[in-house]
Design a protein around this ligand. Sequence first.
Ligand code: ADP
Length: 162
Amino acid sequence: MRRAIYPGSFDPVTEGHLDIIRRSCRIFDEIVIALLVNPNKKPMFTIDERIALLQSATAQTDNSKCQVRVATFQGLLVHFAREQRACAVVRGLRAVADYEYELQMAQMNRRLAPEVETVFLMAGAGESYISSRLVKEVFQLGGDISGLVPPVVERAMHAKKL
Ligand code: ADP
């Protein structure tokens, strides 16, 4: 049983995240999408809203080979990974800009929990420019975000704006 943690803010979940989740499913038996509860950030969606959007967006990903589950965590990621008995943390790499931060985090996490490996998946060619931040910015300025986020997220964003 190989369980991996996929941590992030997911504010909101994008097609880039879903691509990483689908591909992680080919490697692991269970993916725990771990929503970081960060009281310092002012998100567009509440934790409960993000959980519901993730659950609904990943409902089709579930199959007999891989379970996808959504959880929240606070504090150190490695503590959560240990608590969940995960063997790996999955991260997506988009541009070179992601690299430095991710290298530092992976090395620090390895020092704290050597048994938990960080696994990087390169962003898909069609998704590498998608970030939650940019999607929100484009949306707030009236741009079309269809195809960048799952339809359930697009609807939720329109509902927020009303
Ligand atoms: P964080 O706040 O930790 O950056 P995010 O919710 O933005 O969390 O992203 C979670 C993870 O998903 C990170 O590893 C990030 O690099 C990855 N990710 C985000 N968008 C994409 C994308 N378009 N393609 C591949 N990976 C992505």
